[in-house]
Design a protein around this ligand. Structure first.
Ligand code: SME
Length: 161
């Protein structure tokens, strides 16, 4: 990874830490995270949270705060999409080429790669942070660590409820 990209991620981490201490609620934190990542990380072309609908049976992911183009996928069951797969496994999923993944639910023709990181609160999946890129293989190790850091901040905040 280029030194300039590493410095950018370092700066974004500092911005996230400040955002976390300033935010008065999980809701405000999620809004701030989507805005910050979308603005500062130039390959993150769509950034949004899907949260598990409380009490829904079967379980359902519902679109929350997001930045980027409107998506037709505002509600995703756990057996559909890369989003459903990440939520049901509780594990981060990175797809370098979305067209080659049969699980992929298309939001935009421009999307080439995607990362989905579950948000865990008290050890349970509460939702996830989903990021799409117009660039293939946009999400490397440092991106994964950054997005997992964001998800962990939100998870900790949800635990305080
Ligand atoms: N691509 C996702 C759907 C959500 S959009 O990316 C915003 C999926 O396959 O689950």
């Amino acid at each position: 990874m280029l030194i300039s990209s590493m410095l950018k991620i370092e700066q974004v981490r500092k911005d996230l830490a400040r955002l976390n201490s300033d935010a008065v609620s999980a809701d405000q934190l999620m809004d701030g995270v989507t805005r910050l990542l979308h603005e500062k990380m130039l390959k993150y072309n769509w950034v949004g949270f899907y949260m598990l609908e409380p009490g829904a049976n079967p379980p359902m992911l519902v679109l929350g705060h997001y930045q980027g183009a409107m998506t037709p996928h505002t509600r995703i069951p756990l057996n559909q999409g890369i989003c459903g797969a990440a939520a049901s496994s509780g594990k981060t999923i990175i797809v370098d080429d979305v067209q080659s993944d049969p699980r992929y639910l298309a939001c935009s023709l421009e999307t080439k790669s995607e990362i989905v990181v579950p948000v865990l609160a008290r050890g349970q999946v509460a939702g996830e942070l989903d990021i799409d890129s117009h660039f293939p293989s946009a999400f490397g190790v440092e991106d994964r660590e950054l997005v997992e850091y964001c998800a962990s901040l939100v998870g900790k905040r949800l635990e305080q409820k």
